[in-house]
Design a protein around this ligand. Structure first.
Ligand SMILES: Cc1cc2nc3c(=O)[nH]c(=O)nc-3n(C[C@H](O)[C@H](O)[C@H](O)COP(=O)(O)O)c2cc1C
Length: 268
C-alpha cells in the first residue's frame, strides 16, 4: 500500500479483542522497536513493549485513555523521553510516525494514550523511576471488528484549505501554490495524521518551492509538538515517494510571541 493510502486509512483503535498478543506478534513488535532504535540511533526516545496489561489498565482506568476510559489492550508500548524539552517531543515524534507505519502492517491496531504530568504517582507505581519520563503509552492489539468508537468526535478533519496558506497570517489558502507543486493529494492525505484530542494544530505556509511548518501556540503546545513531529515525518516520507529527498530544517530558537510558532522549513 502506498503511504498516501496508508495515511487515509489509518485510524486510532480503542477497542481490542480480549486476548493476549500471539508470541509471533510479540516478537514482531520487539523487532520493530529494535530496528527503529538502530535506524534512528537516538537516545532521547526509548520504546519498550510492556505486557503487564491488566496492571496498567487497572492503574490508569479513570485517569487516562479517552474521556477517562482507559483503552484496554493486551500490550502497551511505553514511550520514554531522555529529555522533556519541547524540541525533544518534536524529534521523538518522528520515531512515533515510523512506529505507526511499521506496526499497522503487522495487522495490529494502535492508539497513542497520553499520560499527563499529574499522573506521576501512577507512572512511578507502574514503571518505577523511569516512569516519570514516560509521556505516552501506545495500546497495541487485535482490533475488535464493530462500528468504530465515536468516529465523528475523534476522526473528523480540517480541509486542505484550512491548513495550507501562502501568507503568515494564515488567511490565503494555498490551493493554487500546491497544485503547482503537484502536492494537493499529498496534503489531502496528510490531514489524516493523528493528533492529541484531534486538535490538528498544524499549519503550513507555501512559499514557491519552500514549505514551512507552523504549530498553533496554545495551552496544549507540549502535546502539539508531538502532533507536529508525526505530521512532519509523514510529509518527509511521502515526498520521498515523489523522488524528493529533502529533510526538514528545524528552527532552533522558537519564537513563541505569536499565535503560531514556526518549526521548520522544507525545500522542495
Ligand atoms: C500526541 C497524541 C496524543 C494522543 N492521546 C490520546 C489519548 O490520550 N487518548 C486517546 O484516546 N487518543 C489519543 N490520541 C489519538 C487521537 O485522539 C486521534 O489521533 C485523533 O482523535 C484522530 O483520530 P484518528 O487517529 O482515528 O484519525 C492521541 C494522538 C496523538 C498524536
Amino acid at each position: 500500500m502506498t503511504l498516501m493510502n496508508f495515511l487515509k486509512e489509518r485510524r486510532s483503535i480503542r477497542e481490542f479483542e480480549n486476548r493476549p498478543l500471539d508470541p509471533d506478534d510479540v516478537s514482531n513488535i520487539r523487532n520493530v522497536i529494535a530496528e527503529i532504535g538502530n535506524d534512528f540511533g537516538w537516545d532521547e526516545v526509548t520504546l519498550d513493549l510492556n505486557l503487564d496489561s491488566d496492571l496498567i489498565f487497572n492503574e490508569l482506568n479513570g485517569k487516562a485513555g479517552y474521556a477517562g476510559v482507559m483503552v484496554k489492550a493486551p500490550g502497551y508500548i511505553t514511550v520514554q523521553y531522555g529529555n522533556r524539552d519541547k524540541m525533544n517531543y518534536l524529534k521523538g515524534a518522528f520515531v512515533l510516525g515510523e512506529l505507526e507505519t511499521r506496526i499497522l502492517p503487522l495487522g495490529l491496531g494502535y492508539c497513542i494514550i497520553t499520560l499527563e504530568d499529574h499522573l506521576i504517582e501512577s507512572k512511578r507505581e507502574l514503571f518505577g523511576l523511569k516512569g516519570e519520563n514516560i509521556d505516552f503509552l501506545i495500546a497495541v492489539g487485535y482490533q475488535q471488528h464493530k462500528p468504530p468508537f465515536n468516529p465523528e468526535a475523534t476522526s473528523s478533519r480540517k480541509t486542505v484549505d484550512e491548513i495550507t496558506f501562502t501568507d503568515e497570517n494564515f488567511t490565503k489558502p494555498a490551493s493554487e501554490a500546491l497544485s503547482k507543486l503537484n502536492m494537493q493529494d499529498l496534503f489531502y492525505a496528510l490531514r489524516y495524521s493523528p493528533s492529541y484530542k484531534n486538535k490538528q494544530p498544524w499549519r503550513f505556509l507555501v512559499d514557491g518551492s519552500e514549505i514551512y511548518a507552523y504549530v498553533v501556540n496554545d495551552e496544549d503546545l507540549k502535546h502539539s509538538m508531538t502532533d507536529m513531529g508525526i505530521i512532519m515525518y509523514y510529509f518527509q516520507e511521502m515526498v520521498k515517494t515523489m523522488g524528493i529527498k529533502g529533510n526538514w530544517e528545524i528552527v532552533k530558537d522558537l519564537d513563541a510571541a505569536d499565535g503560531f510558532i514556526k518549526l521548520g522549513r522544507f525545500k522542495i
